[in-house]
Design a protein around this ligand. Structure first.
Ligand code: AMP
Ligand code: MG
Length: 491
């Protein structure tokens, strides 16, 4: 694409608009006063053939804030429903997200969606806005997850305005432009199932198959295969989350992507002091979406999708068969990821027990999840005397020594060598993740009009596996004040 294009020359299409009007509402974004550029992702821009520098230009800032509608844009908000915290919530929909169209890429089109661009018919009691704080969090985390190799929606650019937005306190407005091949959710299917509209349900499924799963179209029961494939992708995505210590925070069925992408970044968190029962979302008092519960909840959500697809699939046994892929797909992916995290090239009997013992040790000592795996990569097979930086993460040093002895034995059994193992482990165990306190520091600066912290943090998180010695401070344990940080559904 020409790098010098104007916003009006964006080759926008809107494939979602090919669905009948019942699936969405066409509408215009609501402008914000005096919008300004905050940050852009160069790698997300490259995906859609845009020069990131142009995103800071006035006409692009206007388009990506919703103040100007590009010539070829057909803005719309989609309707969907969903289960929130396990309870049927009825109709929801894009309450503050407006799709402006999609852009072609080498690997298919990317839908561009403005989050926080004003009220829509699905806003219910909401104001249609997103605050700077949550927009920066979504922007940074989307791009951090992509750099970690985890399936996710992307974030192109974030813009802001001094317009006040009331949450627990008065904050200011921002808009994130996010991108994905599609933002269709499990709840998009539940919507038509619960409304008893089998024709719309079928049309949606056929559209998703034709556009994103064309290889399933010729199957004997394509809807069953769709359920199986979405279940498989969801299970693998959650295995990635568990392996990197990511907690989504609000795994409602309206936040589950039909493409198996991490979607709707809100009160997410990265595991620090390990606790399998950690709840990152302050609003989630029952811990439905705790770290450990993400695995069964992912399965539960696939069941909700299966239930919605049942009229198309036919026999419940067929749907159950499709859903049965969840556990093996999750188990196989997590097993693969854990072997890589521990630098194990082979799979051997007893590896499961080694992993269980490791998680037991992390749990008992509340060791920092990211630092543990990163430092584990530095382990010298024949020199426990050099274990100190790793060993110091544990209160019970003897328990660590005992586990490390078993681990060393296991490494020896496959003839592991320090150099290559270190290199392989550092390629999968990030040094840098978006710790809440890092986001908080960047947000507070941004709230004072200084966006350098956001730019710098993005640059660090874009290369999470690189040593970046000059940025070692970004790999540090959270400071004491961070213990009081709380993130909630308020965004
Ligand atoms: P979430 O928990 O962010 O996934 O949001 C759940 C539902 O509430 C979705 O339908 C959102 O579009 C809607 N929503 C959240 N915040 C707002 C807001 N400030 N204004 C309008 N709708 C909102
Ligand atoms: Mg949502």
């Amino acid at each position: 694409m020409d790098t010098a294009i104007t916003a009006d020359e964006l080759p926008l299409n809107n494939s979602f608009a090919e669905l009948p009007p019942a699936f969405y509402t066409r509408l215009m974004p609501t402008p914000l006063p005096s919008p300004y550029f905050i940050a852009a992702s160069a790698s997300a821009a490259a995906l859609v053939g845009l020069d990131p520098a142009t995103l800071a230009q006035e006409d692009f800032v206007a388009v990506f804030t919703g103040n100007k509608v590009a010539v070829r844009s057909q803005p719309l908000s989609a309707v969907y429903s969903g289960h929130q915290f396990g309870v049927w919530a009825g109709q929801l929909g894009d309450g503050r997200a407006i799709t402006i169209g999609d852009l072609p890429t080498a690997g298919g089109s990317m839908e561009l969606q403005l989050k926080g661009a004003g009220r829509t018919p699905y806003s219910r009691m909401g104001d249609g806005r997103a605050v700077l704080r949550s927009s920066i969090r979504e922007f940074l985390c989307s791009e951090a997850m992509a750099a970690l190799g985890i399936p996710t929606t992307r974030a192109l650019v974030v813009t802001g305005s001094n317009q006040p937005v009331v949450r627990e306190t008065v904050e200011s407005a921002a808009v994130v432009t996010r991108m994905a091949p599609s933002f269709i959710r499990f709840g998009s299917f539940e919507h038509w199932y619960y409304r008893d509209k089998p024709d719309e349900l079928r049309l949606l499924a056929d559209t998703v198959i034709a556009r994103f799963y064309p290889e399933l179209a010729g199957a004997a029961n394509p809807y069953k295969e769709l359920l199986a494939e979405v279940t498989r992708r969801t299970a693998r995505m959650i295995a990635h989350w568990q392996a990197v210590g990511f907690m989504h925070g609000v795994m409602n069925t309206d936040n589950m992507s039909i493409l198996g992408l991490t979607l709707d970044y809100g009160p997410f968190g990265f595991m620090e002091a390990f606790d399998a029962n950690h709840i990152c979302n302050h609003t989630d008092q029952g811990g439905r979406y705790s770290y450990a519960n993400q695995v069964p909840v992912g399965h539960w959500n696939c069941y909700a999708l299966g239930n919605a697809l049942l009229p198309l699939i036919g026999a419940p046994e067929e749907a159950e068969e499709a859903l049965d892929v969840y556990r093996p797909a999750f188990g196989a992916k997590l097993d693969e990821l854990l072997h890589a995290k521990l630098g194990l090239k082979e799979s051997r009997e007893g590896d499961g027990a080694l992993f269980d013992a490791m998680f037991g040790l992390l749990q008992a000592n509340h060791a920092d999840f990211t630092l543990f795996f990163r430092r584990l990569g530095e382990l010298k097979l024949d020199d426990p005397g050099q274990d100190a930086p790793l060993r110091d993460l544990f209160i019970d040093r003897e328990a660590f020594d005992a586990w490390a002895a078993t681990y060393r034995e296991r490494l020896r059994a496959e003839g592991s060598q320090d150099g290559p193992r270190r290199e392989a482990m550092h390629r999968v165990n990030p040094k840098y993740v978006l710790r809440n306190y890092l986001a908080q520091v960047a947000i507070e600066q941004a709230q004072n009009g200084n966006y350098e912290g956001v730019h710098k943090l993005l640059a660090v998180l874009e290369r999470p596996f690189d040593e970046q010695p000059e940025n070692a401070a970004y790999a540090a344990l959270p400071p004491d004040w961070a213990a009081h940080l709380e993130v909630s559904c308020s965004s």
